[in-house]
Design a protein around this ligand. Structure first.
Ligand SMILES: CC(C)(COP(=O)(O)OP(=O)(O)OC[C@H]1O[C@@H](n2cnc3c(N)ncnc32)[C@H](O)[C@@H]1OP(=O)(O)O)[C@@H](O)C(=O)NCCC(=O)NCCS
Length: 179
C-alpha cells in the first residue's frame, strides 16, 4: 500500500508479546516511550491493544484501543443534548458503549501524509455495524490540545467545555454517522 508515495504494510499489525517493535520517533516523548516500554504491559494487563503501521524498517504510526463508555456524568448540558439528538427516544440512556483511542501517534518523518486520517478510518471500519463484535456506538479520545483541531476536522465533538483548559480534552465521534 502507498500513501503520498510512502510504502507501508496495508494491514495494521496487532502487537503481540513476541512482536519485535521497529524504531519509532514522533514529536512526543511519552508516546515514543509508551510503545517501546509499556505497550506489551498494557496488553498483558488487558488494558489496551496496540496496532502498528510499519514499513520494512520502521514504525510509521501506532494506535491503541480500549473499551470505554460515554457517560452523561462526564458531559455538560450542551454536550449531552447533542448526543441525545442522534439517539432514538426509546433508546435514550445515560451511558453508551464506546471504543477509546488511547494513544495515536505518527512518526515525525511521516506526519502530514494522511496516516492520522487513515488510522481514524481504520478504527471506524473495525467498528462498523457489519463487523463489530459487540455493541459500540462512539469512538472516544482524550485529545492532546495540539491535536484537538485534527480530531475536529474529522468530526469529533466535545462532550463538555469543563476540560477547556486541561492538558487533554474528551472528544467523541458517533459511529452512526457512517451509516
Ligand atoms: C496529530 C497527528 C496524529 C496527525 O497525524 P498526521 O498523519 O500528521 O495527520 P494527517 O496527515 O492524516 O492529516 C489529516 C488531516 O488533518 C489535518 N491535521 C493534521 N494535524 C493537524 C493538527 N494538529 N491540527 C489541525 N489539522 C491537522 C491535516 O491538515 C489533514 O487535513 P486534510 O485531510 O484536509 O489534508 C500527528 O501529527 C501526531 O502523531 N502528532 C503527535 C502526537 C499527538 O499529538 N497525538 C495525538 C494524541 S491525542
Amino acid at each position: 500500500m502507498s500513501l503520498n508515495g510512502i510504502n507501508f504494510e496495508w494491514k495494521p499489525k496487532r502487537l503481540d508479546f513476541d512482536t519485535k517493535i521497529k524504531p519509532f520517533e514522533s514529536e512526543d516523548t511519552d508516546l515514543n516511550n509508551f510503545l517501546k516500554n509499556d505497550a506489551k504491559n498494557y496488553l498483558k494487563q488487558r488494558l489496551a491493544v496496540t496496532y502498528l503501521i510499519e514499513n520494512d524498517v520502521e514504525t510509521i504510526a501506532y494506535f491503541c484501543l480500549s473499551n470505554d463508555i460515554v457517560l452523561r456524568l462526564f458531559s455538560d448540558k450542551e454536550g449531552w443534548k447533542k448526543i441525545k439528538k442522534s439517539i432514538p427516544n426509546a433508546k435514550l440512556r445515560s451511558i453508551y458503549p464506546a471504543i477509546k483511542i488511547g494513544r495515536l501517534a505518527v512518526a515525525t518523518d511521516y506526519a502530514g501524509n494522511g496516516f492520522g486520517k487513515l488510522i481514524l478510518q481504520i478504527v471506524r471500519e473495525m467498528y462498523s455495524s457489519e463487523t463489530q463484535p459487540s455493541g459500540c456506538r462512539f469512538v472516544t479520545v482524550d485529545a492532546y490540545q495540539n491535536a484537538v483541531h485534527f480530531y475536529q476536522k474529522h468530526k469529533f465533538e466535545f462532550l463538555t467545555s469543563d476540560d477547556e483548559n486541561e492538558k487533554t480534552r474528551l472528544m467523541y465521534y458517533d459511529l452512526q454517522a457512517i451509516q
